[in-house]
Ligand binder design. Sequence first.
Ligand code: ADE
Length: 251
Amino acid sequence: MRISVLTVLPGLFDCFLKEGIIGKAVQSEKVKVNVINIRDYAYDKHKVVDDVPYGGGPGMVLKPEPIFRAYDDISKKFGKPFVILTEPWGETFNQEMAVELSKKEHLLIICGRYEGVDERVKTIVDKEVSIGDYVLTGGELPAMVMMDAIIRLIPEVLGNKESLKADSFMDRGLLGYPNYTRPAEYRGLKVPEVLLSGHHKKIEEWRKRESLKRTLKKKPQVIENLLKEGKLTEEEKRLLEEIKKAETPPD
Ligand code: ADE
């Protein structure tokens, strides 16, 4: 997979692409990333990438020509990309979208800036995406958020394949179970006995129960939908009944 990024602040991506799991994925070329400075495609003497809005008003608007030129160049070099524009009012990014986007051969993320991007740029955009209902100064952090969620889904980027399976949101929207590591007791806080037992079947059941309990508490709608759609196993339905019974106060 290749991810191209168009931005006026390419330096913001330096650490992100060098460190940790993402850094390793880039180094081993499991993902090829090219961060492109929009300014490199501004051909005037001062390399101007933005201008005042027609009709007046505050702020500056990213000009269309450098973005179109960069898009043409990237398409010629690496093939036609699926184009995302970061926008505070775009479709909200979620795990399902990350999975969809991780299947694309070539993604191009255009980082919006200032008051916005010239509307004509949208003729080359496939999807406008927001990472939440708040306004940031630009699309670079949203681009990194999306890239992180997408790159970790590429096969073999995560060392242990099981960690993808156990992800919250990856299994029918059920949230993950609680995790503990050594020491077995810290400041009087004890790790649940069952996890120390070595009894794999019991541990598996405890994890299922905790995952259902957590989902019921934090995302009850997910449980309701799974029940309605018949997507819970008999064992899960039994565990759910037990959880509900345990939480109902006695008369
Ligand atoms: N640009 C500014 N705020 C944003 C947001 N929340 N999501 C995507 N792009 C943005």
